[in-house]
Design a protein around this ligand. Sequence first.
Ligand SMILES: [Zn+2]
Length: 482
Amino acid sequence: MKYWNPEIETMDTETMKSMQERKLHNMVRLAYHHSPFYRKLFKENGLSPADIRTLDDLTKIPLTKKENLMEQPKDFILQPTEVTLRKTLPTSTKLRAAFYDKLMSMQKVTSELKEEYKPVMFVVSSGRASGMPTPVFYTKKDSEILSECGARIGTTIGGTEDSIFHIAFPAGLHMAFWQCVAASDTIGALSIRFGAGMTDKQVLIIDKFGVTDMVGVPTYTKHLSEAAVRMKEEGHDVSFSNLKNVLCAGERFPEGMKKRILENLEAVGADCRVLEGYGSSECKTSFVECAPGSGFHLHPDVHIWEILDEKTLEPVGEGERGVLAFTHIDFRGTVFLRFLTHDVAERGIVYEKCECGRTSPRIMSPIGRMHEYSTKINIARVKGTNLDLNAVDDLLSEIPGLEAYQAIITKTDPKDPYSLDEVIIKAGIEKGKESDIEKLIISRIKNSFEITPSIMSIDTLTLEDELVEKWKAVRVVDLRGV
Ligand SMILES: [Zn+2]
């Protein structure tokens, strides 16, 4: 099967635009009447729901920042009361309640409203350094959207009801894991719901069950692929020959890392594609490429995406670099209008029809992200030079023999803010090549960035364990003033 939902996925652009405008107008009404944050925001800015009817009207609404969510997560949940409900209920529901047997119909209406508005689960928003994580709530209606978009994603990467999915995203409070479970159930495939960890066991299961499609965070997937190679070298009869698609999401995914995963998987008999996905807890679903480098297919019935200039936060043109923002147009529970992500799409958003036939807009990869809510986005000033942290990640990912790494920007005396900046590379290096590779790291960083790093050699497995323990491996980290 090529498309899960051809009506939406191949919709012509005019129909898509009018669908989005209709949904946007409705969502703005819901947010205005039922979300304390947006009601206040609209009033403070002299806006009313009637002001937002077309896609162009969207920019009248001020952007929502991640800090707003962290300060008052509850205020983003749609919380209808009897009074505000009357203002937003569709006329058809009101008529039903009025005309049919009052008791029966009210019960039915109430249970429908519960499914629509009552939160039934949450995932957590990443990036909060300490304290309680920030929850993003889903209602039953939202779970259905999660499943529907999941099934579209599963089909886009090539999954069918005959697939055997292996889910190695961390379980618990992370959206990606639950969306994969929902996707597999909706498609009707068999899924192995493993989560991250117990890596050697995962390798054996992928082999024994003949897994066809595997999903996980890039750092963990690389870790797992290395474990498979090691186990084969140790004499286990490991074969991933059924594996066709590997989907990684959840953190930056440098080309060097993709290549490494592919080489490892080929070494254990796989003939597969490595695809990338994008998503966040806040936007409440994920998006995938249909082929390597195609861009992430969006779900036009669920969000409106914008791409903005990083400095002015004004919209940029098709295919131009910018920071991403989205507006929910169909979710309930926690909802956002113009949420600024701090994810930078280097090649922007494109609207032309994809080779796969889908007409949904695509966010082009790569997407740069550093600290989830750093205002500096990707650039840090180190020793008076502008250092592009994503470029450091890319460069390190391509050094052969450097099996695991973390670049740390710090001060020579961490307690003294006036001491010199220092770049330390924690490096897990292939055995026997330590001194050559250390020299190579220093010379490449120095040639590209005019900064001489110090190298801290660490056992690869120890460093990988340290990195994969976290949901998002932070391979480049700026510790100054954090
Ligand atoms: Zn496509």
